[in-house]
Design a protein around this ligand. Structure first.
Ligand code: SF4
Ligand code: SF4
Length: 454
């Protein structure tokens, strides 16, 4: 059969770009099926085509045809298949963009550690190069390339929002000394945020400002390189990943800060901390990448800030963002903070590295064509939250916050706020809970040196 040009290019690029780790993930699968129950898509639908092994097999057949001698000589025997038609690429698009959030829950449950996220990255990047990426995802990528942030917020709007938030916090704390510094040279750390905090959820940045101010920290935000999100991770495009990391690291270098503190964003932290070196980001001066969760835990444990948990009396539970827990190991810091900031903290089951995806990971929120299936598979997360009886689900990721809001809405999740009174479950962030519990007048003003332990 004659291949289409697209299919030919896809196959050629596949051969050239596959990495050793991705090849290993494709070669190692023993088809044992253990991973099936890990996946929220399969758990909810019961459709065998939603199992991680089936999804991975759709790209594995291409690998076998090109790299495995059995696939070259007896393809029908080993299920190897060349990509020759655009319909095959369409099928890969449906699977790798529409039915997998790259959450890596299957990976940690696979006895061979087959890394699904690596296969998602590879396949997505190859499809995007053939103009087959979902429109919403492509738009966000373009915005990051052209404006430096995923919501195309102008410099003027960004700076005005910071000024307005500064005024709000001054008023709330009745303290004219509150500042949100911008481009402050010699600050200890540069705080980089998710653009959702500028456009839709300013309370989050206000909460962080209150905490940093109360702790007497020497911090700053940047006029450039302030977006911690990274669609290079969601698209598999290393060049965009590198670009976004470079914007932040360059600003950190210009300002001479010691640390880059990443606000509550799972994939943002993962990109800056773990993916940047893989993407070839070169940081000339050593700059520590720290999650705001680590900073908060340190401020509390060293007595730099004091909290009164009675200010958050209603039951809360915590959703572990996949990129922070499974992919970055940050499971205890948020719990440490929440146990001290809230009166009634309840664990969701399963939790930590076994937590289920919020369903909005991997850029899924930007790919509206797959929303119906995404909302359908929210059921599993909804029942996890409901079982805790918590009034709020707290998370440490703005992407998860949106995913969880959809989980709550799609499943009409409510909780009892007082006897006989039910209200929709709310979504909160760790910063919000900590800021709400702050005891402002008993706060230590001793300066905090960046800890070597972070
Ligand atoms: S658990 Fe691992 S080896 Fe078994 S089918 Fe799933 S990916 Fe393959
Ligand atoms: S990475 Fe997550 S969404 Fe994708 S197949 Fe594995 S468990 Fe399912």
């Amino acid at each position: 059969m004659k291949s289409t040009d697209r299919a030919k290019r896809f196959s050629e690029n596949f051969k050239q770009r596959i990495t050793r780790q991705q090849a290993l993930a494709l070669a190692a699968c023993a088809h044992c099926g253990i991973c099936a129950d890990s996946c929220h898509y399969y758990k909810v639908t019961g459709d065998p085509k939603m199992t991680p092994a089936y999804k991975a097999d759709r790209i594995r057949r291409v690998f076998k045809r090109q790299f495995d001698w059995t696939g070259r000589f007896i393809p029908w025997w080993v299920g190897a298949e060349a990509v020759s038609e655009d319909e095959q690429l369409e099928e890969l698009k449906e699977i790798f963009f529409g039915c997998c959030t790259g959450c890596r829950r299957c990976t940690i449950n696979c006895p061979f550690g087959v890394d699904m996220a690596g296969l998602v990255s590879l396949t997505r990047s190859l499809l995007i190069d053939e103009n087959m990426g979902p429109t919403g995802l492509i738009k966000v990528m373009r915005d990051q390339w052209t404006t430096g942030n995923q919501m195309a917020i102008s410099d003027q709007d960004y700076l005005e929002t910071l000024r307005w938030l500064q005024e709000e916090v001054r008023e709330e704390l009745d303290d004219p000394g509150v500042t949100i510094p911008v481009d402050k040279k010699g600050a200890d750390f540069l705080y980089i945020v998710n653009p959702r905090e500028i456009k839709y959820a300013p309370m989050s940045l206000m909460a962080a400002t209150k905490i940093f101010h109360s702790a007497g920290l020497n911090w700053t935000m940047g006029s450039k390189g302030w977006d911690n999100t990274n669609y290079g991770l969601f698209s598999g495009k290393a060049d965009l990943g590198r670009h976004m990391c470079n914007l932040a690291f360059t600003q950190a270098k210009i300002l001479g800060v010691k640390q880059l503190v990443v606000s509550e964003c799972g994939h943002g932290f993962r990109s800056m901390k773990w993916e940047a070196p893989i993407w070839g980001v070169k940081v000339e001066t050593p700059i520590q990448v720290v999650s705001v969760l680590q900073l908060l835990a340190e401020l509390i444990s060293r007595g730099i800030i004091a909290l009164d948990p009675r200010r958050n009396p209603l039951p809360v539970t915590y959703h572990d963002p996949c990129s922070l827990s499974r992919s970055s190991g940050l499971t205890e810091e948020p719990r440490y903070c929440l146990r001290r900031a809230c009166l009634d903290f309840r664990e969701m089951t399963p939790n930590r590295i076994n937590s289920y995806c919020c369903t909005g990971g991997g850029g899924a929120l930007s790919m509206t064509e797959y929303t119906p299936l995404r909302l359908r598979v929210t059921r599993i997360k909804a029942s996890q939250i409901a079982a805790t009886g918590a009034v709020s689900v707290v998370t440490s990721c703005h992407n998860c916050a949106d995913g969880l809001a959809d989980v709550i809405k799609a499943n009409k999740l409510t909780a009892e706020v007082e006897p006989g009174v039910h209200r929709p479950v709310t979504v909160r962030t760790v910063c919000d809970c900590v800021a709400n519990a702050l005891i402002l007048d008993s706060v230590s003003k001793q300066p905090l040196e960046p800890s070597k332990k972070l």
